[in-house]
Design a protein around this ligand. Sequence first.
Ligand code: GDP
Ligand code: MG
Length: 387
Amino acid sequence: MFSYLKKKFFSGAPEPAAPADAPPPPAAAPHAAALEVQQAPSAAAAASAPPSAAALPGSTAAPSSADPAPPPSPSAPAADLSRPSWFERLKSGLRKTGSSIGSVFIGTQIDEALYEELEAALLQADTGVQATQYLLDDLRLRVKASKATDPAAVKALLAAALADLLRPLQQSLPIGAQPDGPTVLMIAGVNGAGKTTTIGKLTWHLSNAGASVLLAAADTFRAAAREQLGVWAARNTVEVISQQGGDPAAVSFDAVTAARARGRDVVIIDTAGRLPTQLHLMEELKKIKRVIQKADPSAPHEVLLVIDGNTGQNALAQVKAFDAALGLTGLVVTKLDGTAKGGVLAAIATWGRERGAVVPVYFIGVGEQLADLQTFDAREFAQALLH
Ligand SMILES: Nc1nc2c(ncn2[C@@H]2O[C@H](COP(=O)(O)OP(=O)(O)O)[C@@H](O)[C@H]2O)c(=O)[nH]1
Ligand SMILES: [Mg+2]
């Protein structure tokens, strides 16, 4: 199931050189690859990857199909240097919450008062009633089993409980698994969530990993939206399909058709922001998805919802509503470098358990630079939240 490209993208393997006119990564900027070293492929596994995925047709930065995958390098210096910087940024973004949850454990006793304070702190961190209850029940079991007697140990047990709850959300975005045609990603979300910015960052990461990307400006409402995507396309030196005043479904259809004809690896479709309560706009989104299927019956391969980490419990409401309309396959949570409280990820994980299948968090946004998109790591996130 893991394609060559996916492994390359998410492993610690060295990156191919960026195109000469691509913007340089910001100093000390982390790369998504830094966070998924545990998935570094073995040479044998890479060799057994499907040939179509390994060939990466049309990609200039990719090695030729005859080249074996570069050997993994989990301890690549760039990965090691960038990791603490990313962690610090997430930690400082979540600090507001972290300090209030952390302060619960300053006392000396484990008693009912501690659990009550913890409940209040978790609720304040946007964790929601259900996830808070789940975490507290789980924590009590862990405290009993470990016979922990000091609050610092309980804090560590809470971090472990939270990491376990979040772990199913930690998955790699599958790219390049289609036997004949591009991987089509459809991006949705409310206005200002960070869709277009995320597309710019993701394009940069994918291009660096050797994939050829084509963008579709299906946010046809505003000229500014097309231009914004055009700027990201230019920065990444990739093509963008757009149409002045065009129909978003038609633009999406054209983009998928063009990508198939030109042998591109990935199509990313930017859509206009909308609230789940705007029913006609949700219908339009469903239509975009249906029309994409006409261009490629297996597409879209991913329907990703971008949510602003600052929207708290409302983010969960967005996830549920967009999932009901479109069938989400993944999430990107942005702006975790700001004042986001972070607990909503626990609420999303709890909802995913009820749903029977979690909607994974493929990426988190920790800033506005190209390199500020990172893969989600449950343990690191839990640690940052409780720091
Ligand atoms: N601090 C921060 N800002 C972000 C992040 N992602 C997006 N933004 C900003 O959020 C604003 C809205 O982003 P945009 O991509 O236009 O949202 P869209 O309407 O969903 O396409 C812009 O000012 C972005 O720079 C992030 O991870 N961190
Ligand atoms: Mg946009």
